[in-house]
Ligand binder design. Structure first.
Ligand SMILES: NC(=O)c1ccc[n+]([C@@H]2O[C@H](COP(=O)([O-])OP(=O)(O)OC[C@H]3O[C@@H](n4cnc5c(N)ncnc54)[C@H](OP(=O)(O)O)[C@@H]3O)[C@@H](O)[C@H]2O)c1
Length: 186
């Protein structure tokens, strides 16, 4: 248990910076096996995950992971009645550090996995790294990776505005030309 974890963001975006369609569903075009593998392996290295109500990672390990579920449905930070690994946190009523203490996770990485508002929320709390996977697929309208992205505003713009710079770009899948960019504080 530590004062603050290393905070890492993980998202895959369309050419236009979208993470989901307008109806909130995950686009088939963004299901890239090499990215899914990178994502799941990254979560395996994390001590905990943070997400909104519709953005848990899925898969057999989901239930066993320590998790901060961001929600407006609670006032105080409480454990999920159905899963003691999960705490419910309303950022309007309590600071992040309090949520992290309550989670009682090991030292290490908190993986932030969305959606839009949760990615945006952690821009202010501070990312130690943001892994932005970029697919070549087009999802022109929908839910952007950060609030304000789209309509000419690129996916990386909010990262730059919050002082992050591109550290490196790695090829994840040469066939679909999917890459992952690592953005880090200057
Ligand atoms: N491509 C990608 O990398 C990626 C990443 C993540 C998600 N997605 C996709 O995006 C879609 C889900 O998007 P979504 O916009 O519905 O996101 P979401 O963040 O998963 O869910 C929204 C809900 O989370 C809670 N929430 C979010 N921000 C909050 C805040 N600042 N304060 C308090 N509560 C907050 C609220 O829950 P309450 O209603 O409980 O208050 C809100 O209704 C899914 O299809 C998912 O698969 C894609």
């Amino acid at each position: 248990m530590s004062s603050r974890p290393r905070i890492e963001g993980y998202a895959i975006v369309s050419r236009e910076g979208m993470i989901a369609k307008s109806d909130g569903s995950f686009p088939e075009e963004l299901k890239i096996p090499a990215d899914q593998q990178f994502y799941q392996e990254s979560l395996d290295r994390a001590s905990a995950v943070a997400n909104g109500r519709h953005s848990a990672e899925g898969g057999p390990k989901e239930k066993g992971r320590k998790r901060i579920l961001v929600t407006r449905r609670v006032q105080r930070i409480v454990h999920d009645a159905d899963n003691p690994n999960v705490i419910l946190w309303n950022p309007a009523t309590a600071p992040f550090d309090e949520a992290w203490q309550k989670l009682n996770a090991d030292d290490g990485i908190l993986a932030v996995v969305g959606g839009t508002d949760v990615f945006g929320l952690f821009l202010s709390i501070g990312y130690d790294a943001f892994f932005l996977s970029r697919a070549q697929a087009s999802v022109p309208r929908g839910r952007p990776v950060f609030p304000g992205v789209g309509h000419g505003v690129a996916a990386e713009e909010p990262l730059k505005q919050h002082g992050l710079v591109l550290k490196e770009t790695r090829m994840l899948d040469p066939v679909s030309e999917t890459v992952v960019e690592e953005w880090v504080p200057k």
